[in-house]
Write a protein that binds this ligand. Structure first.
Ligand SMILES: [Zn+2]
Length: 636
């Protein structure tokens, strides 16, 4: 986070003159504020790409105005810019949710989050019956492969369906980035894997769908050389530059294999990055332009018009699946997006949301409606922006312009339709049986203390203050000063009793201070707010075991296993207990189970404990082999 904040003064804000609509597009003649029919955005007949390969590249955390063809001037995206020059670029493309998993679910299903049901990272999964671009192309005879850059898109979350190959093999360890629970894989390694697979594809063979996901621009910003030096002081742009080079490698391979003239290339961002513009450093909690405007281009020489810029309408990531099926001449599926090969209406309004403020902080969720020329945000304090003069969404005109009220009514109507859809009421499958069992073991029941009185706080009013305070106490905890942090965290909770992230900090602080009862109490409060988070249940189990409560330990781990059977820490916690109690063979088997189920996050942990166990079992060769593998992942 510190790196992100330091970068703000170089990266945030700025841009062109106020009259400019979107970077890289001269102030266009505004469409009249009325409904007119627009000619198709892509002037290509349906089925024109029948039999084509599809190469879909998703650029994580890439805000449009940091890409050259969208007006960035740092020279960070020569490859993407050259593809835009040879293809069709959408100047006003938006995502529908500023989070990786829900946004990719929208890209692959053509649906808004309430329809596909994935409302947040980590705790939601795409329902198994869902049709996706991959399932549709697979049933049309395509060979399908995905190359994933971060754990957040791990196969357990459901996007892997329809893919013959789903390469999400990202190994935990220092090389996988600082976030141990969301390890990432650098773009060059993702590209290497894609290149190896492409080498096996033959010009006259089965057509393919290849999805390549680059995660590099996501926090933390730490580009490899030479980009680190070239973009010194602008590490976010350095990451984009590195990613751009990897995009170039993938395209060059397709070209070298002689496959490019029969390949449809689609490049899109999943969401942008706040960079401090409205007080948010990263993304997920606000839905302004910096998080929602993304790069989008289609490239297929001889098929997609070259050098074309579509700047007279808003298009959305939900349009990609219907557009690709239309281009390929495959049967369309019913979805919220529209095919860009068809005529559209200038009055189109794209739905947006983020549930993260509510799910993670107990603040109000945000919903939005985005038209070409304006935008409404439903929040405790509503917002309306006239994008003709204010594309950065800085001047809230709610109450001054009747179009805001009109959009508010339109959003309310759309929401009620979406909520009655298949994923509309999607909540986690909760089971209070585990809580009842804990209560029978003497743990106190759900506490009313985690519910705030009155209306939920507005994220835009909370974010700057919250960010600052969270960083301050996190820094205290990082330097082992838990007893200093605890009163500060309690102070935060007196203002924000429904904030799961603060309860989580309190639990960590009490555990660090050796106050087991208080740590358990904090975990229980956290589970009131996020009962579907398996990691919380494992953390509770660990505390229960430390207290000697084996029955409670078993209840909590069983609940974690019910919620997320792939979660490696469940088996590692059991392995440590077995080891401590002298059941070494059993501990070994549990370590191997953790590695088998959750290699991305628990390989290092599992192999290190396996090495100790082999040593204790008097099997030095196997101990050395396990230690060797652990060292390869970065163990000391
Ligand atoms: Zn993302």
């Amino acid at each position: 986070m510190a790196g992100g904040l330091a970068a703000l003064k170089f990266l945030g804000g700025g841009g062109g003159p106020a009259a400019e609509r979107f970077p890289g597009v001269a102030a266009t003649k505004m469409a009249p504020d009325a409904a007119v029919t627009l000619a198709p955005a892509l002037d290509v007949p349906s089925g024109a790409a029948a039999g084509y390969n599809v190469l879909l590249i998703t650029l994580d955390t890439t805000r449009a105005d940091h890409v050259g063809c969208y007006g960035a001037t740092g020279g960070q995206t020569p490859f993407i810019d050259s593809l835009a020059a040879g293809g069709t670029r959408f100047a006003d493309a938006v995502t529908v949710v500023p989070m990786t998993l829900p946004a990719h679910a929208s890209i692959f299903t053509g649906n808004y989050p309430p329809t596909h049901g994935v409302r947040d990272n980590g705790t939601y999964r795409l329902p198994p019956e869902t049709k996706t671009l991959a399932t549709e192309l697979k049933s049309a005879g395509y060979s399908t492969a995905a190359f994933i850059g971060a754990f957040v898109l791990d196969r357990r979350y459901g996007l892997s369906r329809g893919f013959d190959v789903y390469d999400d093999h990202i190994l935990a360890g220092p090389k996988a980035g600082p976030d141990r629970l969301n390890p990432q894989r650098r773009g060059d390694l993702v590209a290497d894997s894609a290149l190896r697979w492409l080498d096996e594809q033959r010009p006259a063979g089965q057509p393919f769908l290849a999805w390549v996901h680059f995660f590099d621009p996501h926090l933390s910003y730490d580009p490899p050389e030479p980009f680190k030096s070239r973009f010194a002081g602008q590490p976010y742009d350095g990451e984009i530059a590195f990613m751009d080079q990897q995009v170039g490698r993938v395209i060059d391979k397709v070209r070298a294999l002689g496959l490019l003239e029969k390949t449809l290339v689609v490049i899109v961002g999943d969401h942008g990055e706040g960079l401090g513009d409205h007080g948010e450093g990263s993304h997920s909690l606000l839905i302004y332009a910096e998080s929602m405007n993304v790069p989008l281009l289609f490239y297929a020489p001889g098929l997609v018009p070259a050098g074309n810029v579509v700047a007279d309408r808003v298009v959305a990531v939900v349009d990609l699946m219907p557009t690709m099926l239309d281009l390929l001449g495959l049967p369309k599926t019913e979805c919220d997006g529209v095919s860009l090969l068809q005529a559209s209406n200038s009055d189109r309004a794209v739905y947006m949301e983020t549930m993260a403020p509510q799910l993670n902080h107990g603040w109000s969720p945000l919903f939005g409606l985005r038209r070409y020329w304006d935008k409404y945000i439903e929040a405790p304090q509503p917002e309306y922006y006239d994008l003709q003069t204010d594309w950065r969404e800085m001047n809230n005109r709610w109450g001054e312009d009747s179009r805001g009220t009109m959009l508010a009514e339109r959003l309310a109507a759309l929401k009620s339709t979406l909520d009655s859809g298949p994923g509309g009421a999607a909540t986690l499958e909760l089971d209070s049986a585990a809580r009842r069992k804990l209560e029978s073991l003497g743990y106190i029941g759900s506490s009313p203390g985690t519910t705030a009185e009155g209306p939920l706080p507005d994220p835009k009013h909370m974010i700057a203050q919250s960010d600052q305070q969270m960083q301050r106490v996190s820094a205290l905890l990082a330097s082992g000063r838990a007893t200093e942090a605890i009163p500060q965290i309690r102070q935060l909770l007196s203002i924000m009793p429904g904030d799961a992230s603060v309860w989580s900090l309190l639990a960590v602080a009490h555990a660090q201070a050796g106050q087991l009862d208080e740590a358990i109490e904090s975990r229980l409060r956290l589970l009131d707010l996020q009962p579907g988070d398996a990691q919380n249940w494992v953390a509770l189990a660990t505390l229960q075991y430390a207290k000697g409560d084996v029955a409670g330990f078993e209840v909590s781990l069983a609940e974690a296993e019910r919620l997320e059977p792939e979660l490696g820490s469940i088996y590692m916690v059991r392995a440590r207990r077995a080891k401590q109690e002298g059941r070494l063979e059993e501990a070994l088997a549990l370590c191997q189970e953790a590695l088998r189920r959750d290699p991305t996050r628990y390989a290092l942990d599992s192999l290190s404990v396996q090495a100790e166990l082999y040593h204790l079992l008097g099997r030095p060769a196997e101990a050395e082999a396990a230690q060797q593998r652990a060292r390869q992942l970065g163990a000391p």
